[in-house]
Design a binder for this molecule. Structure first.
Ligand SMILES: [Zn+2]
Length: 374
């Protein structure tokens, strides 16, 4: 790794063609996000009263990650909800929907038209703030499930994207050659868009190469600098097994979110995919007693390969969840179920939930393609 300290001069003159390409791709993806079907539906939801949309609803699985009092930096705390916002979401779910335990999903999935108001609530990752989420959900008597990445619960090691984001956003200005990342990374004054682009490059690597890249990124900080950054974003800390077991005692169903929090995509060898599914299930069973369900890390189309789906099925899970937003429909493959991640703000949630059904076409096409290659 090469590190150039050129703090006095702007980063742009150091950029090569590939880095400029990285910026153009990011700009294009920002435009796509702005005009995405999800954002258009969100706008529609703000204009239509929930009563009009409710008859069109279908059962959905919703997901969240963790809570903070106030988001200090949304580029790092990408997965967190502010507590007040989450509280409002919970109250809307209680008032407008039937929130059911995950154990009912097989029955609901057989005849989804009968359950237009059914919602299953899930959380991924096992952040330590989930105790506070449990309080709010318990207050409203809403059942929920938690999927944990077992290596990180065992060790406290963060999601690898967290140190990567710390490097990309807070690393010293300079040009860095990071193993397995094809072009040098130029840390200058504009970091947000670069961060999004490099994270997507990182996620295309297999876990072993990605760990080497992330280790090189973290190594630009001294131990005390890194500890201070980790302490600043305490919301990224995981529960340990005692914390997970406590939630289980409060009635939360615990499932697996792989062993390592890394995409289970075509970059991973079949043996690694089997390990991700089998080890995580065995560890949850040994600590909690049972483990019926699985959620793929990241869970978008690019993060779940046909072989990952087979590995999860073969490990003995009853069902598995992606992060592809759509409603539950009859005859869906139980190991590729859709799920909608609650946005940072959901001001029109009661109207928006029935519209999640609009993702069905995309989800069906992807499921079909995945199953034909499985
Ligand atoms: Zn996750």
């Amino acid at each position: 790794m090469r590190r150039e300290r050129r703090r006095a001069s702007p980063a742009i003159p150091l950029e090569d063609g590939a880095s400029q390409g990285r910026r153009l791709v990011t700009w294009h993806s920002n435009i796509q996000t702005w005009a995405s079907p999800g954002n258009l539906l969100r706008t529609l939801a703000r204009c239509v009263p929930p009563g009009l949309l409710r008859p069109f609803g279908r059962p959905v699985v919703l997901a969240f990650h963790g809570l903070v009092t106030r988001i200090a930096d949304e580029r790092i705390e990408v997965a967190q909800h502010e507590r007040d916002v989450f509280h409002a979401i919970v109250k809307t779910l209680k008032a407008q929907f039937d929130v059911l335990p995950l154990g009912a999903i097989a029955d609901v999935g057989k005849n989804p038209g009968r359950y237009p108001r059914a919602v299953f609530l899930t959380a991924d990752d096992g952040y330590s703030s989930l105790d506070a989420a449990a309080d709010l959900l318990e207050e409203q008597r809403l059942p929920w499930s938690l999927f944990v990445p077992t290596h990180h619960i065992e060790t406290g090691q963060p999601n690898p994207l967290f140190p990567a984001r710390l490097f990309l956003l807070f690393g010293p200005t300079g040009t860095y050659e990071i193993p397995h990342i094809p072009t040098p990374i130029v840390l200058g004054t504009q970091r947000g868009a670069l961060c999004i682009q490099v994270i997507s490059e990182l996620k295309r690597l297999d876990r072993v190469r990605a760990e080497e890249a992330v280790a090189a990124m973290a190594a630009v900080f001294s131990a005390s600098e890194f500890d201070a950054l980790r302490a600043r974003f305490a919301s990224e800390r995981y529960l340990d097994w005692d914390g997970v077991a406590q939630l289980a005692r409060r009635g939360v169903a615990i499932g697996a979110h792989a062993h390592w929090h890394w995409p289970m995509n075509a970059a991973e060898p079949t043996s690694a995919l089997a390990m991700q599914a089998e080890t995580s299930r065995a560890l949850v069973i040994s600590h909690i007693g049972q483990c019926r369900y699985f959620a793929y890390p990241f869970g978008r189309e690019a993060d779940v390969s046909p072989q990952a789906r087979n590995a999860v099925r073969d490990a003995g899970f009853e069902a598995a969840f992606t992060s592809i937003p759509a409603s539950l429909e009859a005859k869906q493959d139980p190991f590729l179920l859709p799920r909608y991640f609650l946005a940072r703000r959901e001001p029109a949630l009661a109207s928006f939930v029935p519209l999640i059904r609009a993702g069905g076409f995309r989800a069906r096409n992807w499921q079909r393609a995945t199953l034909s290659a499985a």
